[in-house]
Design a protein. Structure first.
Length: 502
């Protein structure tokens, strides 16, 4: 009878304890649910895209511009050798590899920051064997046996984002990651433009060197004729010395052009990510095609420029950091818990009754910080204003660069056409002066003058052609380049594919 009463009391105690546990869990669940619902609130300002006064479009139509900005513009030059050089640069350029690594770094930072929104779980195991002192009590000798201590369990810590501070930090980290992707796109844009520009400069120096050698050959022939006429008594030695002086003057310019060719090859090699060396050639400047000027460009297309995208992401990050700074005013609330097995003997670690668990919460709030938090908020707000001004300045600068590029393509084309007419006129002058000299109607000074003018006109025409190509390249660079999207995809995985949250 007595044993039955004891069992009944024990059962009632267990049921009462169980009801208390259930009641505590219900209260904890309700509290967590209330906090999570309160977590829909986010402290700090939400980002709103700034309104910037922009032109609707330039003086041209829109459709052709959109078509051209969705092409690999360097292919429009029509040189397969240049296409191969661009491909090699995109694979081997070290600046681009650094940019890709930076994107990977900030993807990792974003993943680490985002993990703060979720519970953090960890495991632990501990084994301890101890021997107590037999002289722990003065004057008394005790005999304590050796003891074991074994524990295995898991710990949980979860900071509840009640005020939205962690979500603002996540916004900032995500914007920083997108900003690094914009930097990478900017590196690609600059790299391809530099490869194309340097290649055009190389072909310009090649043509300069070719013209110089042709002029030297012409002057050698003129010197041979002058010497023969002097030996036959038709002219004085003055013409011979004039011809030889002009020959040596032009001959001295050849090493300068050879030096320019070698240095440009070395610069292009560095862009390709390799040691300086010879560069593959393709078509000449005369054979290349000038990319067509867009027939129109609405201003919204400039939003794809990497510098504009970067400046906006910096602004978004700074805006979110205001919320992070203001969140320091509010209490930090965390849930903690432990569960595991504990025993004084390893053999009984997993037996009934060896388990334990704890669950609780902590709250920490600033009381006195001597203006530390206020200073951080002030700094964050000032940083946001700074990046807002930077964003507006970047947009205005992009408009200026595009307008400059438009004018550049138009005026360099006019200059190239004018130089072509000049070369045609000087070629006629050279032919006529040579005929009149051979027939004895003019002196050799006139022939040398025609040679000088022809050489200078040909060099100026080559430079005008080069300037026209470079102006077209600068125009596509100012547009942000429609090719960036495909190249970015080839080098950087999208965030949802590249960031994992274990």
């Amino acid at each position: 009878m007595w044993l039955k009463n004891c069992r009944s009391v024990a059962m009632k105690l267990r049921q009462k304890t169980q009801r208390r546990r259930i009641s505590a869990m219900r209260k904890l669940f309700i509290s967590v649910l209330a906090l999570l619902l309160a977590g829909c609130f986010k402290i700090g300002p939400d980002y709103q895209k700034p309104i910037v006064d922009t032109p609707n479009k330039w003086r041209f139509g829109e459709k052709a511009a959109r078509d051209l900005t969705n092409t690999q513009w360097w292919g429009q030059l029509g040189d397969p050798a240049l296409n191969r050089l661009v491909d090699r640069a995109l694979l081997g350029n070290l600046d681009l590899q650094m940019a890709v690594a930076s994107v990977d770094k900030y993807m990792g930072i974003y993943g680490s920051t985002r993990s703060n929104l979720f519970p953090q779980l960890s495991g632990s195991a501990e084994y301890l064997r101890a021997q107590s002192s037999n002289r722990s009590i003065p004057g008394i000798t005790t005999n304590h046996p050796d003891s074991d201590y074994t524990q295995m369990g898991a710990q949980m810590n979860w900071e509840l984002d009640v005020w939205g501070k962690l979500r603002r930090a996540n916004e900032a980290a995500y914007a920083d990651m997108l900003g690094q992707e914009a930097i990478q796109r900017g590196v690609i844009l600059t790299l391809v433009s530099d490869v194309a520009t340097t290649y055009i400069q190389l072909r310009t120096y090649d043509r300069d060197l070719e013209i110089s050698r042709n002029v030297v050959d012409t002057l050698k022939e003129q010197l041979r004729i002058a010497r023969r006429r002097f030996e036959e008594g038709y002219t004085s030695e003055l013409e011979v010395t004039q011809a030889e002086s002009e020959l040596q003057r032009r001959n001295a310019q050849i090493p300068i052009f050879e030096k320019n060719v070698a240095e440009t090859e070395h610069a292009l090699s560095v862009l390709l990510g390799r040691n300086p060396g010879p560069i593959e050639r393709g078509k000449t400047l005369d054979e290349l095609m000038v990319p067509p000027v867009p027939a129109g460009l609405p201003s919204d297309l400039l939003a794809r420029r990497p510098d504009i995208q970067l400046s906006e992401q910096l602004l978004i990050s700074a805006n979110a950091n205001i919320g992070v700074a203001r969140g320091a005013y509010f209490p930090s609330i965390s849930l903690t818990g432990n569960v595991g097995q504990l025993s004084t003997q390893a053999a009984t670690l997993f037996t009934p009754g060896a388990n334990f668990w704890t669950i609780g919460s902590t709250l920490a709030t600033p009381i006195f910080t001597a203006g530390k938090i206020a200073g951080q908020v002030q700094a964050a707000e000032a940083e946001q204003r700074r990046f807002l001004a930077n964003y507006k300045r970047t947009i205005i600068s992009s408009f200026r660069e595009f307008e400059d590029a438009l004018i550049g393509t138009k005026k360099t084309k006019e200059q190239r056409e004018s130089q072509a007419r000049r070369v045609a006129a000087v070629e006629t002058y050279f032919k006529l002066s040579k005929i009149r000299y051979d027939e004895g109607y003019t002196d050799y000074i006139t022939v040398l003058d025609s040679v000088r003018q022809l050489f200078d006109a040909q060099i100026d025409l080559i430079q005008a052609q080069s300037d026209n190509f470079v102006a077209s390249i600068n125009l596509y660079r100012a547009m942000g380049g429609g090719w960036i999207v495909s190249e970015e995809t080839a080098h950087t995985p999208k965030p949802q594919e590249a960031v994992y949250f274990p």
